[in-house]
Design a protein around this ligand. Structure first.
Ligand code: NAP
Length: 394
């Protein structure tokens, strides 16, 4: 077929896609009206996950990339939410790629000279937002401002001029920063934090920023991420006002293909004690154990895949910022108790080997296998996934 004939076919198919999209949006509007009548939230994370799984399976069946199909559908879902009665991002904005871009919003990033602060500043700057950053160390702040091409200011001056304030300071500095800026926060001003724990900062924001629109958020990735696409965010609204803001933030992030989950600050911290606290603890203790051994270099050179993956985890954690990791280990509620439990289990498994109790070892391993398998979507793919990880390391 000639190029012209192929192009006519594409135009015909595009016509069908747009008509189908319009149909899809009509049904979504119906659902939006029903949800409103029933007083239900527009965002339904479980339903969204089901839709995306369905699409990925369909795509795989058609020999399309499930990841590409997911990205396209995240945009459609975000646009559809606009039609469900949530007008933050319009389908036109998403399709034209202009969602939320360059609308003159002025964003102050408190702690914008730090790693995550600079990352947030760079992403917002790319979108044409007017950004001002702050930090304690003036030389570091000026260097970051110059590199990012954004303005710098004191905390108070930045808050005074901003529509939106993002707090990206270390956990230990949070309370002091909140107390410092509180007298300058305006009614209706939006204040979000990105702290890795949530109960403490959200409580503090409630105490100091009563008239502002506040929301606790946690990006579950570090400053190495290229952008927010396929990255996880947790938002922790605690009342109706915060839920309304969380819906807007969700639409904003999902329009950029991020994955958003809503939960309470306490639920968040309960999960983070495992996701961050226990994971870091295991890596730190393993790092310390390895550091006391000889021939580490040679072992890495001759190792199989399990050790390579473990070593990557250990090395990535041990080369992180000790200040952040120490604070996290000390700030996550319930972590010491979980680590006590971990040490008991570590002793139990070591004793099995020491006592040559092979039968009990096998029984226990099978029992744990069964329990984890029941609760993990990717369990059956774990071995293959490990190889994929190592492929990515090359
Ligand atoms: N790093 C990650 O992977 C990650 C991921 C998700 C969330 N987070 C969260 O993001 C936040 C920042 O982490 P980070 O890794 O970016 O830490 P960081 O590199 O140490 O940055 C913290 C920034 O806060 C500034 N700061 C501290 N006290 C301040 C004050 N009183 N006034 C103004 N600025 C102040 C620091 O400035 P000076 O250096 O001049 O003191 C620094 O620029 C933390 O709450 C962390 O939990 C981090």
């Amino acid at each position: 077929m000639s190029i012209e004939t192929n192009r006519r076919e594409i135009d015909r198919i595009d016509g069908q896609i747009v008509r189908l999209l319009a149909d899809r949006i009509k049904f979504a509007r119906e659902i939006g009206r029903e949800k409103k009548k029933l007083g239900k939230r527009i965002t339904d994370n479980t339903r969204e996950k089901q839709v995306l799984e369905h699409i990925k399976n369909l795509a795989a069946g058609e020999n399309l990339s499930p990841e590409d199909a997911e990205t396209i559908y995240r945009l459609i879902i975000a646009a559809t939410k606009g039609s469900e009665g949530h007008p933050v991002v319009t389908p036109e904005e998403i399709i034209s790629g202009k969602a939320g871009k360059g609308n003159g919003t002025k964003v102050a990033i408190i702690g914008g000279s730090g790693k995550m602060g600079q990352w947030v500043a760079a992403r917002l700057r790319e979108e044409g937002k007017r950004v001002v950053i702050t930090g304690r160390d003036r030389r570091k702040l000026l260097a970051a401002g110059k590199q990012l091409g954004v303005k710098t200011a004191t905390n108070i001056a930045a808050v005074k001029q901003a529509d939106v304030v993002v707090i990206s300071v270390t956990i230990g500095s949070f309370a002091g920063v909140a107390a410092e800026i509180a007298p300058y926060v305006r009614p209706g001003q939006v204040i979000v934090d990105i702290t890795s724990v949530k109960t403490m900062p959200v409580d503090i924001m409630h105490m100091y920023f009563k008239k502002a629109e506040v929301l606790g958020t946690h990006p579950l990735f570090g400053p190495g991420a290229k952008n927010v696409a396929n990255m996880n965010f947790v938002l922790t609204p605690t009342n109706k006002r915060e839920s309304a803001l969380a819906q807007k933030v969700t639409a904003y992030l999902e329009a950029r293909s991020a994955r958003v989950t809503l939960m309470t600050p306490q639920e968040h911290d309960g999960m983070m004690k495992v996701i961050l606290g226990l994971a870091h603890y295991i890596a730190l203790v393993s790092a310390d154990t390895l550091a006391g051994l000889k021939n580490i270099r040679q072992m890495a050179a001759i190792s199989g895949i399990t050790y390579k993956v473990l070593l990557t985890l250990i090395e990535s954690v041990i080369s992180e910022d000790p200040e952040l990791y120490a604070t996290l280990q000390m700030a996550l509620p319930g972590l010491p108790e979980l680590e006590d439990e971990f040490r008991k289990k570590a002793k139990f498994w070591a004793e099995l080997a020491k006592n040559q109790d092979k039968a009990q070892f096998i029984r226990r391993m099978n029992a744990v296998h069964k329990k984890l398998e029941k609760n993990s979507v990717d369990f059956g793919k774990a071995y293959a996934n490990m190889y994929k990880l190592v492929e990515g390391l090359k």
